[in-house]
Design a protein around this ligand. Structure first.
Ligand SMILES: [Zn+2]
Ligand SMILES: [Zn+2]
Length: 373
C-alpha cells in the first residue's frame, strides 16, 4: 500500500506569484495574483525565467483555435525549481532527483501512464492528458502555463535539468518547437537513416530552422522551402544547402541534381498544398512526416498508386514523448547558441503580454519572449 503524503501549502502571500490570464479573443489579459500554492506529492514549483510565444498561443489568442477560458497560456519556457511537494523528490527524464535551485525545462504534456494509449506507447495521446498553457484555469492549479511568474508542475511531468550557462532564449523553445522536431526526426529515422540522406524541410519558421540544424547535425543534406524570402535566407544560415518557395517548380529546381528525390520530408507548415506537392517528390521508400497540419485546413488529393509503388511511408507526428524533450536539450547544448538565441526577437515584461503578442503577430522573429523579472 502506498501512502500519499498530504499536500502542503508553500510560498504564501508576500512571495508575489502571479499570472497573466487569457479571457478570450479580443479581450485584454488580466493580471491575477496567486497568494499560495499547495504542492502535492511529486509536484514542483518553478519560477519562470523566460517564456516564448509559440504559434499555437497566437492561434488561441486570435480565436483560430478554440480554448476554454480563463486560461494561462504559454508552454515554452525555462525556469528554476523553488519548491518540491512532500515525499520523495521527483526524478528527471534521465533519472536525476530534482532539487531546489535546479534550472529546468519541462514537457508540454503530462500523461497518466496507465490508460490504453499510454500502454500502447503513445503517452502524448494519453486519454487524460493534461497540457500546460492549454487548459481552463482551475482552483488549486492556477499556475498552469508559462505566461506567469511561476508554474506548478504536476506529478509525472517530464522535466530535464539544463546547464546554467546556456542562454534562456536558446532553452525556452525546447519544450515545444525543439522536442517536436526531435519526435519528427525519430519518426523519420525509423523509416530511413538520416546519415547521408536528402531531407526536405517544408516551412522555415522556428520548427523548420530547428529541423534544418538538427538534420544537418545527424549527417543529412537539407533542402528547405518557405514562401518568405527572409525565412529562406534564415534556412540557408541554419545549414540548408538549397532553398525554394515551396511550389512544385521550386522544389524540382531545389532538388535538381538529387537523382532519386528526398529520402525524408518534414512538412511543418500545415499547408495542404505543401503536403500535396511533396508527396510525389520522394525516393523509393521515402518517409513523409506530417507535423504542421495540427489544425483544420482542408484535404488533399492522394494518388494511392504512387504511395504503393513508391513504398512511401506517410506518418503523422503530434506532440512528443518525454525522451524527445531530453534529446531537445542535448541538441541545443551542442547547437550554435548565437544562432538559436537570435531566433527570439524582442523580450517583454510579463505584464506587457498584449504587446508581446502584437510583436509575435508581425512574425519579425520566429519567437518573442516574455520575462517575469
Ligand atoms: Zn507550441
Ligand atoms: Zn494515459
Amino acid at each position: 500500500m502506498t501512502t500519499v503524503a498530504p499536500a502542503r501549502p508553500v510560498l504564501r502571500a508576500g512571495c508575489d506569484m502571479h499570472a497573466m490570464v487569457f479571457r478570450g479573443p479580443g479581450l485584454r489579459f488580466e493580471h491575477i495574483a496567486v497568494p499560495d500554492v499547495a504542492l502535492h506529492q511529486g509536484e514542483v514549483l518553478v519560477s519562470v525565467e523566460l517564456a516564448t510565444v509559440c504559434g499555437s498561443d497566437l492561434h488561441t489568442v486570435d480565436g483560430a483555435r478554440h480554448a476554454d477560458v480563463p486560461l494561462v497560456l504559454g508552454h515554452e519556457q525555462v525556469g528554476r525549481v523553488v519548491a518540491l511537494g512532500p515525499g520523495k523528490a521527483p526524478r528527471t527524464v534521465d533519472g536525476r532527483p530534482l532539487t531546489v535551485g535546479a534550472r529546468v525545462v519541462w514537457g508540454v504534456a503530462v500523461d497518466c501512464g496507465r490508460c490504453r494509449t499510454c500502454r500502447l506507447g503513445y503517452p502524448q495521446k494519453c486519454a487524460s492528458l493534461r497540457k500546460y498553457g492549454h487548459e481552463r484555469m482551475r482552483r488549486g492549479w492556477e499556475l498552469s502555463g508559462g505566461f506567469a511568474s511561476h508554474v506548478q508542475l504536476l506529478a509525472r511531468t517530464p522535466v530535464v535539468i539544463v546547464p546554467d550557462d546556456l542562454p534562456a532564449t536558446v532553452l525556452a523553445p525546447a519544450s515545444c518547437a525543439t522536442a517536436t522536431v526531435m519526435a519528427a526526426l525519430a519518426a523519420a529515422s525509423a523509416v530511413r537513416p538520416l546519415e547521408g540522406a536528402i531531407v526536405a524541410v517544408s516551412g522555415a519558421g522556428m520548427l523548420g530552422l530547428t529541423a534544418i540544424a538538427a538534420a544537418r547535425s545527424r549527417g543529412a543534406t537539407v533542402v528547405a522551402a518557405d514562401p518568405d524570402p527572409g525565412r529562406r535566407a534564415d534556412a540557408l544560415a541554419f545549414g540548408a544547402t538549397a532553398v525554394c518557395d515551396g511550389s512544385a517548380e521550386g522544389w524540382r529546381s531545389a532538388l535538381r541534381g538529387v537523382r532519386h528525390g528526398y529520402a525524408v520530408a518534414l512538412e511543418l507548415s500545415g499547408s495542404p498544398r505543401a503536403v500535396e506537392t511533396l508527396l510525389p517528390l520522394g525516393d523509393v521508400g521515402a518517409a513523409l512526416i506530417l507535423v504542421g497540419s495540427a489544425f483544420p485546413a482542408g484535404t488533399v488529393p492522394l494518388d494511392p498508386e504512387r504511395i504503393v509503388r513508391g513504398l512511401t511511408t506517410v506518418r503523422g507526428v503530434h506532440n512528443y514523448a518525454p525522451e524527445h524533450l531530453l534529446e531537445a536539450v542535448r541538441f541545443l547544448e551542442g547547437a550554435d547558441h548565437g544562432a538559436f538565441a537570435g531566433l527570439v526577437g524582442s523580450v517583454h515584461p510579463l505584464d506587457a503580454v498584449d504587446v508581446a503578442l502584437e510583436a509575435a503577430r508581425t512574425h519579425a522573429s520566429p519567437r518573442t519572449g516574455l520575462s517575469p523579472a
